[in-house]
Write a protein that binds this ligand. Structure first.
Ligand code: HEM
Length: 499
């Protein structure tokens, strides 16, 4: 009798998991109970595994993160028709990813919030960025200040000849100084290097854990899962790290508030000040029911810092690695710089349209490094239909940038690093719509303008001043660490001066 009950139970269980819950969804790899498809990422790199599934199941498929199905789009035309042309339907974020609530004190910030709070705060941040000169010379000056410090530091590190140094750390610190300058109003530089690497460590921990299966399994309800042995140790460690990060940012926020004279009409010089002045105005106007409390401020600053530092800095690090691995491409870049610039003067936005090969290298690096292996998930705000599949409201869905950027239909021989693919027959740089490293639609990267400015100014000025080569020990050179972003394993490179 017991055997019969067990057999029925197993049958019902398998029938539900293997067939019933998947029957109306696009095809995809078979999920196993508890893990879904997450276990596959243990055996193959995330982006390579997605590529395999795309070949197997086509341009629209379903992945399971634990018990959570995620509809995944892989081809540019479908992505344009949905996320771009019907943006509002795809503008929400999942509301069952509970670690986020712990990290961001509820549904706060920009990356993880939605509805009016997200809309208002995204608009507010973009407005502040524009006031700080994005798209004008002011932001260029901020970036160039850090570029100049970096060039000076590298020059002094290598003295007269050439030397193996960590250009990666230098870039990290410079990009961190830019985002910290924008958010809190001060740069790190060499003097505050220790503070920078402390925050960077938190950021890296958060980002890398997103690829941890245990993190994803516990995500729907960490408070419940922490009752189980392995999960409870994980919960303790994870929340401990988050607490340190919260302490750091709230400390800075409190200090900042004390330094602001709210009676003055001075223009704010950093994001936190702009935010606090806005909070103050709302209070004065008696508007208490608003979307601008301190939890929202903390979570937004956290989002800007993490999204703004790690992404740009890693892209630049990959660019250095690729140009070391392809000396003929670096040589061609040096030739363009010699022909167009011809001195060690500072390269600015005014030169951008003449530096076609350089722009193509940046574009190809963004394609090839494929920084975000799994794009940030979205949630449908209403029922819709995609390629014949009925997708209900509140379905988790994402457009998979990583598979689009490696798709041979849009980028022939995608496994090759070939900047020439972005030059037309007259040698002019162009960007096809399929090149979408910042995502598309309502949720496309908020920092795209700043990131593009940084990628261009750093690349142009670093390579105008220096030649980069392999370090003497290249054992792990170019190896990848996979998390929410793909990071190069820490590396040295041999740097020599060109002037
Ligand atoms: C090379 C650099 C960068 C890359 C490749 C990148 C890529 C992305 C991607 C793929 C998304 C998700 C889009 C989606 O949900 O579909 C995103 C969102 C976001 N990024 Fe970036 N990003 C970069 C730099 C930056 C910078 C410099 C900042 C801040 C100053 C920033 C702030 C944000 C924010 C706040 C969001 C969330 C937007 C929202 O949910 O409304 N990013 N980024």
């Amino acid at each position: 009798m017991f055997a019969l009950i067990l057999a029925v139970f197993i049958f019902v269980y398998l029938f539900f998991h293997l067939y019933w819950k998947r029957k109306n969804l696009p095809p995809g790899p078979i999920p196993i109970p508890f893990f879904g498809n997450l276990h596959s990422f243990y055996f193959t790199d995330m982006d390579a595994q997605l590529q395999k599934w795309k070949k197997q199941y086509g341009d629209i498929s379903t992945l399971w993160f634990g018990g959570q199905p995620i509809i995944t789009l892989h081809d540019a035309p479908t992505i344009m028709e949905t996320f771009l042309k019907d943006g509002e339907t795809y503008a929400a974020r999942p509301n069952n990813m509970k670690w986020d609530d712990i990290i961001r004190l509820g549904r706060n910030g920009i990356v993880g919030s939605d509805g009016p709070k997200w809309r208002e705060n995204r608009r507010f941040a973009l407005h502040v960025f524009r006031n700080f000169g994005l798209g004008k010379n002011l932001m260029q000056e901020r970036v160039l200040e850090e570029v100049t410090h970096l060039i000076t530091d590298i020059t002094s590190d290598i003295k007269h000849g050439s030397k193996d140094i960590s250009i990666q750390n230098g870039i990290d610190l410079a990009v961190g100084s830019i985002i910290n300058g924008i958010t809190f109003g001060y740069r790190y530089g060499k003097e505050k290097e220790e503070e920078f690497f402390k925050v960077k460590k938190f950021a890296q921990y958060l980002i890398s854990e997103i690829a941890n299966p245990l993190f994803n399994i516990m995500n729907p309800d960490p408070e419940y899962y922490k009752k189980f042995p392995v999960c409870s140790a994980y919960y303790k460690k994870y929340t401990g790290e988050i607490q340190k990060m919260k302490d750091h940012f709230f400390n800075l926020i409190d200090k900042h508030r004390k330094g602001i004279n709210f009676d003055s009409n001075d223009e704010p010089t950093d994001f936190v000040e702009a935010y606090m002045r806005h909070q103050h105005k709302l209070k004065q106007d008696g508007i208490t029911d608003n979307n601008y409390d301190d939890a929202q401020l903390y979570a937004t600053v956290l989002d800007l810092w993490i999204a703004g530092q790690e992404t740009t800095s890693n892209t630049l690090a990959w660019l250095c690695i690729y140009l070391i691995q392809t000396p003929h491409i670096q040589q061609k870049l040096h030739k363009e710089l010699d022909d167009i610039i011809g001195s060690d003067r500072v390269i600015t936005l005014d030169d951008k349209n003449n530096l076609n090969y350089l722009n193509a290298i940046v574009a190809e690096t963004q394609r090839y490094c494929n920084l975000v292996p799994i794009n940030v998930p979205h949630r449908t705000t209403k029922a819709t239909e995609i390629r014949g599949y009925k997708i209900p409201a509140n379905t988790i869905i994402t457009h998979q940038i990583s598979t689009v950027l490696m798709d041979e239909r849009y980028f022939p021989e995608p496994e090759k690093f070939m900047p020439e693919r972005f030059l037309d027959k007259n040698g002019k740089f162009f960007q096809p719509t399929e090149l979408m490293p910042f995502g598309i639609g309502k949720r496309a990267c908020l920092g795209e303008g700043l990131a593009r400015l940084e990628l261009y100014l750093f690349t142009a000025n670093i390579f105008n001043h220096f030649k980069l080569d392999y370090p003497s020990n290249k054992t792990t050179f170019g190896n990848r660490l996979i998390g929410a972003t793909i990071t190069p394993v820490p590396f040295l490179c041999n740097v020599s001066k060109r002037f």
